[in-house]
Design a protein around this ligand. Sequence first.
Ligand SMILES: C[S@@+](CC[C@H](N)C(=O)[O-])C[C@H]1O[C@@H](n2cnc3c(N)ncnc32)[C@H](O)[C@@H]1O
Length: 322
Amino acid sequence: MIVLWRITEVCNFGCAFCAYDRSLKRARRNGDPDEVMRFGRLLGDYAKATRTPLLLSWLGGEPLLWPPLFEISKGLRAEHALNISATTNGSTLHQKPTREAILSSFQELTVSVDGLEATHDAMRKFKSSWVRLRDGVTALLAEAKERALGFRVRANVVLTAHNLGEFQALCHMLADWGVSEITFNQLGGRDRPEYFPVNRLQGEHVRILRQMIAPLRAELASRGVRLCASDLYLDRLHASAHDQKLAVNDCAPGHGFLFIDEAGVVAPCSFTGHDYGVSTKDLRSVEDIAALPQMFAKARACKMMTVCNDCPSTQVFGKFAV
Ligand SMILES: C[S@@+](CC[C@H](N)C(=O)[O-])C[C@H]1O[C@@H](n2cnc3c(N)ncnc32)[C@H](O)[C@@H]1O
């Protein structure tokens, strides 16, 4: 099971495509550390009782800026042997104590990187973000190797009309850094509709991407790097690029994937918390967690959310598959 937990809305980057862009005036909520620890422990109990391998993955905002992150991660790792990761902009990876904390509590880290140096820095609006990321990732992997840890770095790229042309070069650069897995999102337009029209992928871009994938995947595989994206995922991109809706009538909500937000709302994905979500505070036992799929299925049978008529949840379409 993968549990994606957005524990903060605070971010130090100014990405014009992102809901958490530091320049936006908006709520900047954080998780409640005691409740995060309590529910994290419960997830550990659930994993043990049901013999379910569980990856707890922190998201934000920028999760590495949330002060209790490493203490909680270390505690959950020590007490419950949970696998833990985070998705980060990499802005703190130049600090050795941060890398030490990552290596002693996480099994993997996903870094967001959107292009070669000039493109990445322009998209992220943070001085020297690319250099910091490169130096941080390579130092982290060297330190993991020294300690013989089976630690992995994955990279996630947001594809736009403007960075697609560098995607192949970027993938090879990530292989040079030692990244073991590469995933990508198409630029989504829900959060920043003003940025979307001129930057979005069009049908022609998705056609180019589709042609690119098989040979690029083979080249990267020969370098020990996995380029993810199922055929179904590329179909999702194709449909979006042509403004076609792709409904998902049954995503088996709550089976194998949960999303939790900074207010502690547990839902089948990041888009369905409002209608199907339940508070962590109402989940007190292993049985309560085991009952979530049934609860979500019931809620969905009563009312299918409009968003499900054009499902934007990347994991449903095999973003991480090959
Ligand atoms: C919201 S960020 C939070 C984590 C962290 N601050 C980071 O930059 O990795 C999580 C991921 O969503 C991606 N993302 C943000 N806005 C997006 C959008 N409009 N479309 C597609 N992906 C987006 C980011 O690039 C990042 O990989």
